[in-house]
Design a protein around this ligand. Structure first.
Ligand SMILES: *Cc1c(COP(=O)(O)O)cnc(C)c1O
Length: 329
């Protein structure tokens, strides 16, 4: 691990982004407490501006740029929540933002990024082609901001943990959706710094759990990317991972996997029992609780990380339809 990211970085990030983000509430869940015997609360971060916590890291990174970097602008390749957060953060800061994507990206995702005010550059037919364009823009002086493996991104994501501790000072267990690990690295670092007794549990989907496989292998490994209801949890951890692999190893007590059926049940539960619209990736903590996969949750906060689900798909799921996204790839 290069130089450590600390609680001090977390507080500095919070001060930096305070005017750019929303403090999201924590609510207790009677239904989940009854179902599990624990005292279950939900950190409703899906209500963050742009619909996910990714705005925290993106804002912190954009607001940490030097004047020279600000003048050039930022570039990213994410078509999902990081892209949205980055586009919005850059626009708020008056910084140019280009998101590069392949022509295979569906129009609704392109529109989602454009709606946040970014320039979209469509290049080639693969993520690799898009990366070539990014490399050219970086050679030209623009700053590439990756979705998770970056100090300022991790420090920004960690600010959600400061709120969780203030809203639930007695918490014993935190459930954190896990993909590349920017979120859990930040949350885990803060939790362990404040109270090492807090249990930090990362939750991924069975289909394409890159960090889970990497931790098991003892080093970052490639996993096949599969379609899943938890689409924001797809993608690898990066074979040259700088921060999040080591931080996950250091700060996370347990990694748990959930199935597509469990994710669908959690989206359904969130809607009918909690009156919340959440995306698959945001629901994995609830999925693990409902499936009985969290032993003795105690005073437990499930971090609900995002809401950006296709509403037609959401409608089908909450209507009880047996949605099988795995058939599509
Ligand atoms: C990005 C994302 C995650 C996972 O975050 P990582 O930092 O990549 O582990 C979880 N939920 C949602 C909604 C996301 O957008």
């Amino acid at each position: 691990m290069s130089s450590e990211i600390t609680l001090q970085d977390s507080f500095a990030a919070r001060a930096r982004i305070a005017q750019s983000i929303r403090v999201t509430p924590t609510v207790s869940s009677d239904a989940l407490s009854k179902a599990t015997g624990g005292d279950i609360r939900l950190k409703l971060e899906q209500g963050q501006i742009t619909g996910s916590f990714k705005l925290r890291g993106a804002s912190n990174a954009v607001l940490s740029l030097s004047d020279a970097q600000r003048a050039k602008g930022v570039v990213g390749v994410s078509t999902g929540n990081h892209g949205r957060g980055l586009a919005y953060a850059a626009k708020q800061a008056g910084v140019r933002c280009i998101i590069c994507m392949s022509e295979l990206v569906p129009q609704n995702k392109v529109d989602g990024i454009k709606a946040q005010g970014a320039e979209v550059r469509i290049v080639g037919r693969s993520q690799d082609d898009a990366q070539v364009e990014v490399d050219m823009l970086v050679a030209d002086g623009m700053v590439m901001l990756p979705p998770f493996d970056h100090r300022d991104i991790i420090a920004g994501q960690s600010t959600v943990a400061l709120e969780m501790l203030e809203q639930s000072p007695d918490l014993e267990t935190v459930l954190v959706p896990l993909s590349g690990g920017g979120l859990i690295s930040g949350v885990g670092m803060v939790m362990k710094a404040v109270n090492p007794q807090v249990r930090v549990i990362g939750i991924s989907m069975e289909r394409g759990a890159a960090m889970y496989e990497s931790q098991k292998a003892g080093k970052p490994v490639l996993v096949e990317e599969l379609s899943t209801l938890a689409d924001s949890l797809g993608g690898g951890v990066g074979l040259d991972n700088q921060h999040t692999f080591a931080m996950t190893r250091a700060f996370v007590d347990d990694l748990i996997l959930v199935t597509e059926t469990e994710i669908a049940a959690a989206i359904r539960h969130a809607y009918w029992q909690e009156r919340q619209i959440i995306e698959g990736s945001g629901s994995v903590g609830i999925a693990a609780l409902l499936a009985g996969k969290i032993k003795d949750p105690g005073r437990c906060v499930a971090l609900i990380s995002g809401q950006n689900i296709d509403m037609q798909l959401h409608h089908r799921i909450i209507s009880g339809e047996d949605v099988d996204v795995t058939a599509e790839g």
